[in-house]
Design a protein around this ligand. Sequence first.
Ligand SMILES: [Zn+2]
Length: 566
Amino acid sequence: MVRDWANGKISATKVQEYCFGSQSIGGKGLKSFAKMGKSGNNPQHCQRDLITAVGKPAGCPDLYWAPMHIKDKDGNRCERMHPFLLPHEFFAALWTEKKDFFKKHMLGDEGDELNALQEFWEAQSNNSFVQDHPIIGGRPELLPLTLPLGIHGDAGEFSHQENVFVISWNSLVGKGATSKTRFLTTCLNKTELLDDGTTLNEAFEVMAWSFNLLANRQFSITDHTGARFDDTSSRFQQGLFKEFPPGRAIVLQLRGDWQFLCQAFGFPQWNAAGNMCWVCAAGDNFPWTDMRPEAAWRDTVRTHDMYLQDIAEREAAGGNPLSVLFKIVGFTLECICIDVLHTLDQGVTLHIVGNIIQELLRAHTYGPNVKDGCSRLWLMYKQWCTDNKVASRIPSRFKPTTFRLEGKGKFPKLRCKAAEARHIVPWALKLAQENNTESRHDKLRLACVQSLCDFYNQMETKPRHYSEADCEEARQTMRMVCSCYAALSREAHEAGLRLWRLVPKFHLSIHLAEYTIPMWGNPRFYWTYSDEDLVGQVIEVAQSCHPSTMTAVALYKHMAHLSILA
Ligand SMILES: [Zn+2]
């Protein structure tokens, strides 16, 4: 039953109902369940009491409660205790209490000859964030017992206007399903975040403190503010007497959507004046729309040191200080990864496919009007999916709004989920091939989608670590995608057509190919599909429980789920 609850198959209220029933017919050991909630059937208190009844799951730490400043319902600043699962305690608990689980899902050790960890460190050895790392830099003897970690932050919508920020971490060499490789740290209701960034920064303080203990292989007798734990508390005892496991872990990567990066680091928004990009100085002085190899923004790509200097200058002029996340030992600007899901699958790809299909609809290629064209294309698409055994298909019939937002003056953009967008690209390529009149326009269109398809294929077929030649290929392919699109965009603009709109994600895609891939290799190994699954799981919890207990229940459910997994 607890297993079903953890898996999300039944709600806490249902668990309570079952127990209540079974107790009345003489069920044993279920008294504590049946007492759940004040009156025995109060859903609000039910999940909290279930937690009390079930106890702490194996391989999991206790919740850590930190005082945080939040925005209450009326928009006032107030203080509240907020729960966390501390990464260093989670790491130690899994190491000690779930060894086999740890080996497979953290170390990536599946009994194969190739050691995932060793392979990772060999491939990363040239990166500055490894070479100059305060703990492992120049100390190769530490690497066999050092796990590289990634942090992921993203928001998910759980009701009409409410979003929850989900912050998790994972081992970069871990293997297995989302549920076994992603570990929640905390979640935050977005409506409760203070506008000045205090709430998020306070959460990051807790995280940085815990990650640094993990990097230094330590428990602590003080809390994240430096105050001593109560002498009688288990954490104080742990800090004083318990030996930390022999392994350590360091944060080397951070993934998230642009919005999360903006909130976490104070990066410029994509529409910011002056400088719209956090990787380089693109903006007013260096147009990001310039996709040529000699574009001026290329000379302005920042290193971590340049970034620190920039922030110091901006702070002196009244700007935001450096993000608290940089308190994590060895964490640098280069650790922030540009991700395929957000940049291509939910960005560039939607524009390219949307425009191709919109043009064919306008040209009446597949029917006398847009509506008939949609119907015909839908049948063709369905057949193509069946013939090619496509894993991720757009489930609903095509409508004019599938390819273009409603309203006058809107540009084409495909509407579908990220995985569906990635899988539709070969079909869009087929359409571009079948409708190629050899005109300049058609050739550009074909080259654009062909290159996009090639880029995805490279990811699909190549191993985790890209060779120099692989990196060069990725760079050339993405440049081709963006320069063809930019040419189509110029052409449409000159003809006064609302087609091929150039958006900043094209600029970011070039950084993905030129900046992120050379450091991190094949994007398939750090795209955020698994992370998004975890966000989905938290959303289910958020929808089912009271806002005041949301984070605690989500964290607990996450632990209950992990404890039953092998
Ligand atoms: Zn840039």
